[in-house]
Design a protein around this ligand. Structure first.
Ligand code: ADP
Ligand code: MG
Length: 265
């Protein structure tokens, strides 16, 4: 290609923000002629390259904005170790139709059974499907809400936390909320209701949420909105890490049983 055409094309590609095509222009043109593509094939090939590049960038930006505590996917979730879960149901959730519908998902169960792992894996799937995601622990979320309230920028905070299509709230119920905090939390849930999805993990059964939110009336108001369009998954069984340690002989089962029974006294 003559320089004048090359320059003109690069200029047009820059204006159209087709950076992947611009940066690989000569390689792509070589490939087109080597594979003897017709115009139609070449145009599709160029567009595919650009779309793949844009998707990759969007996904990596979405992952860093989400602030996951670690990287986990469904591929590295051992379903055999967790027979209380139905892999079909989890894979159906990984299609993220529930996120598109603005539904809620509650993952309940004791510590170590993979709630955060699944929350991160589903959050990553949602980003790949084009949704915006934000991951927070319940404690982190409450700190943000209380600080914003104290500093007179609560409405701003609510708007910010309403933007992501999926808000993941991890470890709800590890610490009970104070009354004022529960009220701020209720306002957030109301604001997002039927617009954005919430994925919450908790070590508490739903019946115990009155304790979490300080009083039963507040818990009912929050649960009313959370459970309206929701999927509730309860994971049973023992901690995955403990099970792995026990398998590798790092934990002496007799000592472990004794310690546990001592604790229950
Ligand atoms: P929870 O949030 O329920 O307390 P986590 O999701 O933090 O538990 O799990 C603890 C650790 O064990 C994490 O590193 C997680 O990846 C791993 N883990 C838990 N369950 C499984 C599983 N079924 N397959 C693979 N890794 C698991
Ligand atoms: Mg967890």
């Amino acid at each position: 290609m003559t320089t004048i055409y090359q320059d003109r094309l690069e200029h047009l590609l820059t204006r159209l923000k087709l950076t992947a095509i611009r940066e690989r222009l000569n390689n792509l043109l070589d490939e087109v002629s080597r594979k003897e593509m017709n115009f139609h094939e070449a145009l599709s090939y160029f567009c595919e390259q650009e779309v793949a590049h844009k998707d990759e960038r969007r996904i990596s930006m979405g992952m860093s904005i989400a602030k996951f505590p670690f990287t986990r996917d469904l591929d590295n979730f051992d379903f055999k170790a967790q027979p209380s879960l139905d892999p079909k149901q989890i894979h159906e959730l990984a299609t993220c139709r529930w996120v598109g519908n603005g539904d809620a998902l509650l993952l309940l169960g004791p510590p170590g059974v993979g709630k955060t792992h699944l929350a991160v894996a589903l959050g990553r799937e949602a980003i790949k499907k084009g949704y915006s995601v934000c991951f927070l622990t319940a404690t982190g979320l409450l700190t943000q809400l209380s600080n914003a309230h104290r500093e007179g920028r609560f409405d701003e905070k609510l708007i910010q936390l309403s933007k992501p299509k999926l808000l993941i709230i991890d470890e709800l119920g590890y610490l009970p909320f104070e009354r004022n905090a529960a009220n701020l939390f209720f306002q957030l849930i109301s604001k997002r209701y039927e617009k954005g999805s919430i994925l919450a993990t908790s070590n508490r059964a739903i019946g115990e949420w009155g304790m979490v939110f300080g009083d039963a009336i507040m818990a009912t108001a929050i649960l009313d909105r959370l459970l309206h369009h929701s999927h509730v998954i309860t994971i049973r069984g023992e901690s995955y890490r403990l099970k792995e340690k026990r398998k590798s002989g790092l934990i002496n089962p007799e000592i472990f049983e004794k310690k546990n029974s001592d604790l229950q006294v």
